[in-house]
Write a protein that binds this ligand. Sequence first.
Ligand SMILES: Cc1ncc(COP(=O)(O)O)c(C=O)c1O
Length: 516
Amino acid sequence: MSQEPRKPSPLGDMSPEEFRRHAHETVDWIADYFAGISTYEVLSRARPGEIRNSLPLGAPSEGEPMRAILDDLDRVILPGITHWNHPGFFAYFANTGSGPGVLGEMICAALNVNGMLWKTSPAATELEEVVLDWLRQMLGLPKEFFGVVQDTASVSTMCALAAAREAVPGLNVREGGLGGSLASAPKGVPPALRIYTSVEAHSSVEKAAITLGLGHAGVRKIPVDEQFRMRPDALARAIDEDLGTGWKPFCVVATVGTTSTTSIDPVPEIAGICVRHGLWLHVDAAYGGAAALLPEMNHLLAGCDRADSLVINPHKWLFVPMDFSALYCKKPEVLRRAFSLVPEYLQTAEDAAVHNLMDYGVSLGRRFRALKFWMVLRYFGREGLVSRIREHIRLARMFTVWVEEHPDFELMAPVTMALVCFRARPRGSEEKISDSKIGGGAAASDLDALNERLINAVNGTGEAYLSQTRIRDRVAIRLSIGNIRTTESHVHRVWELLLTKLDDLGSPRSGTSTGS
Ligand SMILES: Cc1ncc(COP(=O)(O)O)c(C=O)c1O
């Protein structure tokens, strides 16, 4: 234990000896945290403002002993933490700060390099190129895909759409801003660019369109089929209609693993339409890409070899701590043209021979994110990643069978990966999924309310965290299995909690509980 309390000296950093002592304490804290993760309540019970009100109004005027800071971490900060590392975390898309990933983050912080230019840390640039090429090979994507790390899929998609716009012939937004216009457009009239994506696509597509000045109107949402996949016939019709009314279609965003239900758009057909119309195809495989590491699931990326760009998030289902998103682009020179701006003070003698990764996105400063992914890839190996993802898929299928076989529950969407969308529909409830329509009747809202109460009741136990979505305008419970520490026993437990809480809410329950 430390010989503190001792105040920091007035100049210079923490001494190496003091750092070593506190670092050991901190690593012990992290190891204890991981070892005892199940003892925490998954979802923080903090009320709005509670954590802020427990903290001083201003920064301390003098330095404080590390011991006092670490004590406050336990006392003040932890109660406001929702534990994404908890094996009972089934909300959103569950993720993991794995051991090797956390160690990579620690070393990244210690090295503190800024990989904006190759020269400012050659290893940061070259390791990034290497690990993204390893991932590309593991996904079976063609060699031409050039990878660059962004913080999130939202930013990756925004960069891809900027590149797609840059690729539009005759449009010079880079020079003329939004007033830049197509030769065919009336002078001074901004071209009405259009992106196509399904109604199930992630909100990041629209957010990127807003950011890029294309607006909500610049995104046309294409309807989906009964399995929530973009309908290629509707896409082709929408493009034809828009061409006839003066829009300039330029990009389609297909999704492999949508957020609500993990549906998979028919990329091969969509790619054909893009080729026919000369449109940029961006694939959002932020979540679903990881499943394609499994040889038996690699078909999920069918057609993606024809995409112009693709995003996958190792910080979702590849056990890399937040944040790490991989953007692949087949035309890196176009991506570069969209973003590169090199003032005198950033020029280097090596510019012609290397990639300066600041040229492929918005930010100049770049963290050495590749390090944590390299450590994850080397520590688990391809087979280690595959077996963990395969196990999550097995657990999701096991849970799906319990739902399907239970008379008081029903599946709300096909299970394609490790997300199960379902709801309680106790025997005797009138409304069936197939009856659902927008603005449904009283029976529907009763079921919605019941399912919302059920989610809250399970989450209230502190043992598990489920989230919800709307499917065909009905509340659905989402169970996402993606945490490295989640085992079969945790999935059994959340099922048991669902059954017990449904009982407590006063609904009939069958004795045929398969899973517990
Ligand atoms: C399909 C899909 N795309 C994009 C995103 C956005 O990811 P990020 O948080 O990395 O921006 C999500 C988030 O869950 C997602 O599910």
